[in-house]
Design a protein around this ligand. Structure first.
Ligand code: GLN
Length: 490
């Protein structure tokens, strides 16, 4: 039999059900794998005792015939952005040093209610700001993949971000699945860089309650997993209406795994002309064409579409997201939780705490955000960006007249080396060129590993669906996954 940590969630769940092994054995296999993979710096805090207790409880439920479902006994990693009762929850920031919440986020509570096991909290870009997992106070997470050739051969690579710890942990088989959050690409881009599946659900599908806020109108929790089926299973465990989040939508949670019929005959797949951008490497373009061919061969109808405001998505995002972040991060003043650096007086204490507690990227965003919201600039920048956002959403609305899903690349490149793009924020922001438009429109989207770059690194294809079209999205992604047959491991 394969190593327990090589099994997908679906496979492990079926084996637990058959009694091939116990949840405790599965959890212990992950805990020892975590010990040998500490060099990746994927975990900020491991919670082995809690994991074992949760696994034992799962085994007891199963023995009593009361197993909860496909997630019962499945060991997961939790992005450090989710508040977990009694366990470190820092958003990768020094300013939340030592913060152990007295409450549990809704999404993680839903997962525990479904029987899942928490292995620990995983690394991320500070406050989810970044695309390389290099802005964390806890140091960078490494991508378990290495390039086999090219300039970066053998070098340490970034796992993508901001959910870099989640993606690295799932790819390195030190978690069966992980939670992530995606504001502009933070689930999908690290998914693509690490050769696994990353799903950003529709805005409002998963509760944001207890998720440390970055940009509230964009943040959305979602699963990072090794297969589309696992993503469907995890989303079913995470999603649902929550009266504690006013933007959570009161819709029933479908059986997402049941949507994976393997049949996409007649599905209309849109290919947006505006995503064919200057400077996109030929191998990304070729993979995209390959994806089109796979879906056509599976019986889909390919439709050329236009999303005319695509090029404005990234600049508008970098106004809206920092604006909301500057407001959300105002609460970190050293008074209520986390770090406090005492000063001469109250104002001095605020200033010292924030100067020491926030890293450079977070400070940059707070400054940009405060600027675009300030009197005289609000209309010129923030209001304008919100109007652009409406246009972007309207583009998608118009596109759904002629297609059911949209296919694009996930990222303009494969994973890059640690240290690359570090001093060039614009180059870093361009990582999200293909993922941000769906975020601005609140739409569900998924990255599926689809091939290897010339240097032997994973590349992803990206599907976008209409709001609450997760079932169609997953069905198409499942077919894409099958056609790509990506079975390489780091
Ligand atoms: N990389 C983007 C940013 O830095 C997106 C991050 C995210 O989705 N949380 O804002």
């Amino acid at each position: 039999m394969a190593a327990l940590t090589d099994l997908t969630i679906a496979e492990a769940g079926a084996a637990l059900e058959k009694g091939d092994f116990t949840a405790r054995e599965l959890t212990d296999a992950y805990l020892s794998a975590m010990e040998t993979a500490r060099g990746l710096n994927a975990y900020i805090e491991e919670t082995p005792e809690r994991a074992q207790a949760m696994a034992d409880a799962s085994d007891a439920r199963r023995a009593g015939g009361k197993a909860e479902g496909p997630l019962d006994g499945i060991p997961l990693a939790i992005k450090d952005l989710f508040c977990t009762e009694g366990a470190l929850s820092t958003a990768g920031s020094h300013i939340l040093e030592g913060f152990r919440p007295t409450y549990e986020s809704t999404v993680t509570q839903n997962l525990w209610d479904a029987g899942a096991v928490m292995l620990g909290k995983v690394n991320m870009d500070e406050f989810a700001m970044g695309s390389a997992n290099i802005t964390s106070h806890y140091g960078p997470t490494l991508n378990p993949w290495k390039a086999s050739s090219g300039d970066n051969a053998g070098k340490d690579l970034v796992p993508g971000g901001s959910s870099g710890g989640s993606a690295a942990a799932v790819a390195a088989r030190i978690a069966a699945g992980a939670t992530g959050t995606d504001t502009g690409g933070s689930i999908r881009q690290p998914g693509a860089f690490c050769g696994i599946v990353g799903l950003k659900p529709t805005y409002g599908r998963c509760s944001r309650w207890g998720v440390i806020a970055f940009a509230s109108s964009l943040d959305q929790a979602g699963p990072i997993a090794r297969s589309v089926e696992d993503s469907a299973i995890m989303l079913g465990g995470m999603a649902g209406f929550d009266p504690k989040d006013s933007t959570s939508v009161d819709l029933p949670v479908p059986d997402y795994a049941a949507a994976l019929t393997g049949d996409i005959r007649g599905l209309r797949v849109g290919v947006p002309a505006e995503y064919r951008m200057d400077g996109t490497p030929p191998e990304i373009e070729a993979l995209w064409q390959q994806g089109v061919a796979w879906l056509r061969d599976a019986g889909a109808e390919i439709v050329d579409i236009s999303l005319p405001h695509t090029k404005y998505a990234l600049p508008a995002y970098y106004i809206v997201a920092p604006a909301e972040a500057s407001s959300n991060l105002a609460r970190y003043d050293g008074m209520r939780y986390g770090l406090r650096v005492e000063g001469e007086d109250l104002t001095d204490t605020y200033e010292r705490t924030r100067a020491e507690g926030f890293g450079h990227e977070v400070q940059r965003r707070v400054m940009i955000g405060t600027y675009v919201l300030s009197a005289g600039y609000y209309d010129a920048y923030y209001l304008k960006a919100q109007r652009v956002r409406t246009r972007i959403a309207d583009d998608f609305k118009a596109a759904w007249d002629s297609c059911d899903v949209i296919l694009t690349p996930t990222t303009p490149s494969a994973a890059f080396a640690l240290g690359e793009k570090q001093d060039d924020p614009i180059a870093m922001y361009l990582n999200d060129i293909f993922t941000v438009p769906a975020s601005m429109a609140g739409l569900p989207a998924i990255s599926v590993p689809a091939g290897l770059s010339a240097d032997g690194l994973p590349l992803g294809l990206h599907l976008i669906a209409p709001a609450f079209g997760e079932e169609t999205l997953l069905r198409a992604a499942h077919v894409l996954e099958g056609a790509a047959g990506f079975d390489v491991q780091p």
